[in-house]
Design a protein around this ligand. Structure first.
Ligand code: ADP
Ligand code: MG
Ligand code: MG
Length: 869
């Protein structure tokens, strides 16, 4: 097979084989942009290497040498040459962008001879030796896995010795001493010399990149982003250009538009006299790209042109890396830029308006999960005015975060487990901090720029981040930070504003977001494209109103039990449960009726004629029992029941397995008076709202937990009779529907029979997953997490519907139901209803709607549109 490709052999469509970086380097070469020449070792070679237990096949080695010869010829330089040496970078690049996950080695090819060649060629000895020491350090760290700190010790030691404040104060002689120190360190650590033959260096580096595919950080990143482990990474070998030869050189990172807010203007950072890693690693804080415009006007003009060419070519916002060597511009990378939700939405809408892409493409460009960022709170402006920032950093990723300070990724993870909200404060973050960044509400760093690790990763995660807040000195080990002489310790409250970079030593209230114009446009397009309806799960007018604002087209699930948990109602429902006779029960229920009716009226009014599905009482009665002695005493006093009796009754009603016990429609079959009361509330509320507002209400009454067709028949009879009685009393009628949840596996199996009485099915996929897997929802969280970690399950079936198994039940029930009743209305109301993958599945089954929590409604609308494209 062919394992190695020159940059002039590939194209952007060869991502799987050449990795994203390699494919785009080839594409830029193809369209004539200035890219230092090189070649790419394919992902096939990586897979081959890993399959062979970490052995490079002879064929791969042969092809690498072949391309090395070609590179030497093209560049007119030779590996290891004492006069004009070829130096290369060795860069990893997977098919899917994995920023910071795998390490790049620069200046490979330097040794005791070629360093002299580089010095002679550039006439800059200091530069040559500085490059050499950087190379040994990087190679030692990445390939030889010698802790970086040991190199730093030698470096800093020398600085101290000669009284150098900055790196640039070190003289060539110092660098030579440092290099000797580095080489000794390598020998001491590994018992062998630092490799002097550039070909050996190259082969070792290539293998290190392949190995790094399976390092911990890479594995974690893949897991967090659902990236398959079987892709492998490619390796790019590219001739070096130097941004660190002096004041006429530099290196930068830039986006064609702002990745923060989408503004159509080049956004980026530039560092004079610096090499690659310096910008991204956040070691020195770079200058905004506008300054490059001033200091390098010609180069900047050229760069602007290239940025435009690239964006037009890829038809998407680009994230570019470049270097200027002695006034000459070189492109080192381009890719579709990661962006905040705000930027994603603006760029998508702008590009449609600029006629670069169509609406469908715009819709597909936005990750549904990402728009969550736009729906979450920001600081309340009024509240914010009351506080003065204690410091200011860069607004690296928008949003608001508030929590206790922690100083390490591990502490963040532990605190999160304990249910705390934390803000992770670091000098700067590195890929090792990933898990902690996931756990934190927000991230604050003291160093680094807008393209530092913290900034890039936080934006990707949609997490609020303030970066490069120089006011802060962080003492990570001692667990405190100092700002203007004031110390803040672990556990102290801070708030950070990722939208303007402010840091506050206070807990600041947040408020719901306003949905911007561009967001509205995207949502409108999504609604035009999607075919499946989006409803919400809501039990009260407040949630319902929020959901309608977010575009919900109805209520797919109103859980009536939530209405009973309120302060003054719970004793009444307890009284009902503890009743000995039907009569007592009816009396208690009569006390609850006005509350229920009021609840439903509020919902109907809020929904203003949109469909409302109300589920009859579902949870195990057990859940309403008095929890403690105090509750019991209160009940005893309020209703004059002897305390002893309450105690006995409570013990009697205890269930061993309440989720499979006295709940759902079983309540309505055994205590029909509960269903009667609820039906009466549902119907009379609708009649009254109709009378008062003129709005036509067609309640959808939903019977939970049916597994036996006769259960539904039985409860439907109660509902119909009660409704009839209400109509007679009111002297007026209205239309209503009776349907059922399909959540017990048996219900799916006999759905054809159930459909004889059910006018609609709503798939309760939480219970269906629970019973389908036999996983107790409340007890198996930990087990499932471990299953996912061990690969027993690919994902948590309570988050993403298991299409293979539980989904099959849904599919079967839909088909069976339609056989009996072709127009049967079908929806889903489990937690899965807001999950994009599940929505796609529901779309394919042709369900009428999905129903999800209010904050997920926009996500569902977008996902539904994507499913239809
Ligand atoms: P990452 O995937 O982490 O961004 P890269 O492979 O892009 O790693 O390398 C990081 C940086 O190293 C680049 O942005 C660039 O500045 C520098 N670099 C890589 N290759 C070269 C090269 N051939 N010449 C000069 N600088 C390079
Ligand atoms: Mg890069
Ligand atoms: Mg259920």
């Amino acid at each position: 097979g062919k394992f190695v490709y020159s940059f002039n052999e590939g194209s952007k469509d060869m991502r799987d084989l050449l990795g994203g970086k390699g494919a785009n380097l080839a594409e830029m070469t193809k369209i004539g942009l200035p890219v230092p020449f090189g070649f790419t070792i394919s992902t096939d070679a990586c897979k081959d290497y890993l399959n062979k237990g970490g052995m490079l096949d002879d064929e791969i080695v042969r092809e690498v040498y072949e391309h090395l010869d070609e590179l030497e010829q093209v560049m007119g330089k030779k590996f290891g040459d004492i006069e004009n040496p070829l130096l290369v970078s060795v860069r990893s690049g997977a098919p899917v962008s994995m920023p910071g996950m795998m390490d790049t080695i620069l200046n490979l090819g330097l040794n005791d001879d070629s360093v002299k060649g580089l010095a002679a060629k550039t006439g800059n000895e200091r530069f040559a030796y500085d490059s050499y020491r950087r190379f040994i350090q990087m190679f030692g760290d990445v390939v030889m896995e010698i802790p970086k700190s040991k190199f730093d010790q030698i470096f800093d030691g020398r600085k101290k010795e000669v009284g150098a404040e900055y790196d640039v104060d070190l003289k060539t002689e110092d660098l030579k001493v440092i290099i000797e120190g580095y080489k000794e360190l390598v020998k001491a650590e590994l018992g062998r010399e630092f490799p002097q033959n550039p070909k050996d260096q190259l082969m070792e580096a290539i293998q290190a990149v392949f190995r790094s595919w399976n390092n911990e950080r890479a594995i974690l990143y893949r897991k967090l982003n659902n990236i398959s482990a079987s892709l492998g990474t490619a390796v790019n070998v590219q001739s070096m250009v130097f941004g660190n030869t002096g004041e006429n050189s530099g290196t930068g990172v830039a986006f064609t538009r702002s990745p923060v807010n989408g503004e159509n203007k080049i956004f980026g950072e530039f560092l004079v006299n610096a090499q690659g890693e310096d910008v991204v690693a956040g070691i020195r804080t770079p200058q905004p790209i506008d300054q490059m415009k001033e200091s390098f006007p010609d180069v900047y003009g050229k760069f602007e042109d290239i940025a435009r060419i690239l964006e037009d070519h890829y038809k998407d916002m680009q994230d570019m890396e470049f270097t200027v060597e002695e006034g000459k511009l070189f492109m080192l990378q381009t890719r579709n830029g990661k962006r905040t939700a705000e930027a994603a939405v603006k760029v998508a809408v702008d590009m449609v308006n600029e006629e670069k892409i169509d609406k469908e493409t715009a819709i597909m460009r936005i990750a549904p999960e990402q728009i969550d960022q736009l729906l979450h709170p920001a600081f309340d402006a009024e509240e914010l005015k009351k506080h003065t920032p204690i410091g200011k950093g860069l607004p690296a990723s928008p949003g608001a975060a508030c929590g206790e300070i922690v100083f390490s990724a591990d502490d963040a993870a532990v605190a999160k487990e304990a249910g705390k909200k934390v803000v992770l404060v670091r000098e700067e973050t590195s890929p090792e901090d990933l898990a902690g960044m996931v756990a934190a509400e927000g991230i604050l760093t003291a160093r680094g720029g807008m393209t530092s690790h913290a900034a890039v990763v936080a934006r990707g995660m949609g997490k609020c981040c303030v970066a490069g807040c120089h006011d802060i000195t962080v003492y990570e080990e001692e667990k405190y930070m100092e700002i203007h002489g004031v110390k803040y310790h672990e556990g102290d409250m801070i708030s950070i504003n990722g939208t303007d970079g402010s840091v506050y030593a206070a807990e600041i209230a947040t408020k719901a977001p306003e949905l911007s114009g561009n967001f509205g446009t995207i949502m409108k397009w999504a609604d035009e494209i999607r075919t499946i309806g989006v409803r919400t799960n809501a039990d009260n007018p407040r949630d319902a109103k929020q959901a309608v604002q977010f575009g919900a087209e109805g209520i797919g699930l109103c859980r009536t039990e939530h209405m009973f948990f309120e302060e003054e109602r719970i004793p009444k429902i307890r009284r009902m449960i503890l009743a000995d006779t039907e009569e007592e029960r009816r009396e208690a229920l009569a006390g609850l009726l006005p509350y229920q009716k009021g609840d439903f009226k509020g919902l109907y009014e809020t929904m203003a004629g949109k469909p409302v599905t109300i589920r009859l009482l579902d949870p195990p009665l057990h859940e309403f029992l008095p929890k403690n002695e105090e509750d019991m005493k209160e009940l005893s006093e309020q209703f004059g029941i002897p305390l002893e009796k309450i105690k006995t009754k409570t013990i009697e009603l205890h269930e061993f397995n309440p989720m499979l016990g006295h709940r759902g429609c079983r309540l309505a079959v055994t205590y029909p008076e509960i269903a009667e009361m609820q039906t009466e509330a549902i119907i009379t509320a609708a009649l009254e709202v109709k009378k008062e507002t003129g709005i036509d209400i067609k309640p959808e009454i939903m019977v939970p937990l049916v597994g036996i067709p006769n259960e539904l028949k039985n409860v439907k009879k109660t509902i119909d009779e009660t409704a009839e009685r209400c109509f007679e009393q009111a002297g007026e009628r209205l239309n209503y529907m009776v349907g059922t949840m399909i959540e017990i596996p048996r219900a799916a199996l006999v759905a054809d029979e159930i459909a004889e009485d059910a006018e609609f099915f709503s798939f309760g996929t939480n219970d269906m997953t629970q019973m389908g897997f036999g996983f107790s929802r409340d007890d198996t969280g930990k087990i499932i997490r471990e299953y996912v970690e061990k690969g027993v399950l690919e994902e948590d079936p309570f988050q993403v519907l298991d299409q293979r198994g539980v989904g099959k039940l849904v599919k079967m029930a839909a088909e069976e139901g339609r056989k009996t009743r072709p127009n049967i209305k079908l929806g889903i109301c489990g937690e899965h209803g807001g999950n994009p993958k599940t929505i796609d599945f529901c779309h394919r089954l042709g369900l009428n709607y999905v129903s999800c929590s209010p904050f997920r409604v926009p996500i569902a609308r977008l996902a539904a549109a994507q499913a239809a494209i």
